[in-house]
Design a protein around this ligand. Structure first.
Ligand SMILES: [Zn+2]
Length: 194
């Protein structure tokens, strides 16, 4: 079955498409899996720098892009690029709504932005401890600062965003506002195995 045929199947069905690619079957089959806004269609014959297989993906906005298996799996790529554009746009929109007042480094809006950067921006200093470990942001919060604020409420003085399960994602059931002391009591144990 050709890539184009697979693609048409993917379009006509809501359920993930899983088709054997036979001899061309990549080692890790990502067919039909969702990564943020991207759903993988099929493996291409191309490789990314470093050797990771490039996958043809369909973005929720309707654009097709290639993304490497490695980047998809570690959450570095989650859209055709429209996610970043929408974040920028929603950032501007939220400025108008009175959040992210200038100079307020610890505003809820800023926390929401850095949370996403830790999980999705490989250039973020904290990325290796978050996105690099597979920690992600739930879809409800990913695209909506309003949803994040509605679920978390305003940040109490002296508290920052904390995940109760250190290996859990940023999502309503796993997040709270906590003081630095409360967060230290909750850190992930280091170097349990050699
Ligand atoms: Zn897109």
């Amino acid at each position: 079955m050709t890539c184009a045929e697979l693609f048409r199947m993917g379009e006509s069905s809501d359920s993930p498409v899983r088709v054997s690619l036979g001899a061309n079957m990549p080692r890790i089959d990502l067919t039909g899996q969702r990564f943020g806004r991207l759903v993988t269609i099929c493996a291409t014959s191309e490789r990314a720098v470093g050797g990771s297989i490039l996958w043809r993906c369909r973005c929720d906005c309707g654009t097709n892009v290639n993304a490497s298996c490695a980047n998809l799996r570690r959450g570095a790529v989650a859209s055709c690029g429209c996610l970043q554009r929408d974040w920028t746009k929603s950032g501007k929109a939220n400025f108008k709504h009175g959040y992210a007042h200038s100079g307020a480094e610890s505003s809820e809006f800023n926390i929401w932005c850095t949370m996403k950067a830790r999980c999705f921006n490989p250039n973020s200093e904290k990325f290796p401890d978050y996105g690099g470990r597979g920690i992600t942001v739930c879809e409800r919060w990913l695209n909506s600062f309003e949803n994040f604020l509605a679920d978390m409420g305003p940040r109490p003085e002296g508290k920052t965003l904390d995940r109760e399960q250190v290996n859990g994602n940023y999502e309503p059931g796993n997040c709270r506002w906590a003081t630095p002391k409360e967060q230290r009591a909750n850190q992930r144990p280091r170097s349990l195995a050699a």
